[in-house]
Design a protein around this ligand. Structure first.
Ligand code: PLP
Length: 228
């Protein structure tokens, strides 16, 4: 059994290698450690190895962990799971980022419920890039309207896009999806000053995602082991 420290180190070298192979500058890809279903002690182990960005999927579990680890003030907490509107308040009160914005109602509630004592909430719009049937994420055509709305909200800072491409049948299809996503990201980035984050790539597809311009990979099982 490898330790969390060892697996974190491997994940970091994999990111470095993929970044270099893509001729991208060192450190242009951040690692978000996804800790859903994993105990707080795993988060502490990764923290002790220098990891600072952590992602959670489930609101109640995530909020409990943020509270239990409140003394680790430099952890940056990312909500990456689907959000229901009755759960937005605790998320606005505890998280630094929400990556799963997929409708105006959720954005508006987060903006209204963000405590004035906290910095603006960093948000990503989740894009449904290749699977029209899935419930999560918006279609590319809906992007301009949602971007405009979020730009008008003082307590939200629009940082970019997030996507979870479905497993592609072959490399060609995977590359096509990732290229389309990167094109969209770069297109909107030209006119938006704080739009700097493309969150795509997980344990299984991080190398391809980095080759296609991902700036943040979300890695769970490759660091913390399979979830039961
Ligand atoms: C669980 C999850 C991840 C991490 O997936 P792994 O395959 O464990 O690396 C990344 N992003 C989202 C949105 C997730 O729900």
């Amino acid at each position: 059994m490898q330790t969390i420290a060892e697996r974190l180190k491997s994940a970091r070298s994999r990111i470095e290698l993929a970044t270099a192979s893509a001729h991208r500058p060192p450190k242009s890809v951040e690692l978000l450690a996804v800790t859903k279903t994993k105990p707080v002690s795993d988060i502490v182990q990764a923290y002790e190895e220098g990891q600072r960005l952590f992602g959670e999927n489930y609101v109640q579990e995530g909020v409990e962990k943020v509270q239990q680890l409140s003394e680790y003030a430099d952890i940056e907490w990312h909500m990456i799971g689907p959000l229901q509107s009755n759960k937005t308040k605790v998320v606005a009160e505890h998280f630094d980022w929400v990556q799963s914005i997929d409708r105006e109602k959720i954005a508006r509630r987060l903006n209204d419920q963000r405590p004035s004592s906290m910095k603006p909430l960093n948000v990503l719009i989740q894009l449904n890039i290749d699977d029209e049937d899935s419930k999560s994420g918006i279609q590319p055509a809906e992007l301009p309207a949602l971007i405009d709305t979020i730009q008008s909200m003082p307590n939200l800072k629009l940082r970019g896009l997030m996507a979870i491409p479905k497993a592609a049948p072959d490399e060609q299809q995977q590359n096509a999806t990732l290229s389309a996503l990167a094109d969209l990201f770069h297109q909107y980035q030209q006119n938006l000053s704080e739009f700097d984050t493309l969150s795509v790539g997980m344990s299984g597809d991080m190398d391809a995602a980095i080759a296609h311009g991902s700036t943040m990979v979300r890695i769970g099982s490759a660091i913390f082991g399979a979830r039961s």
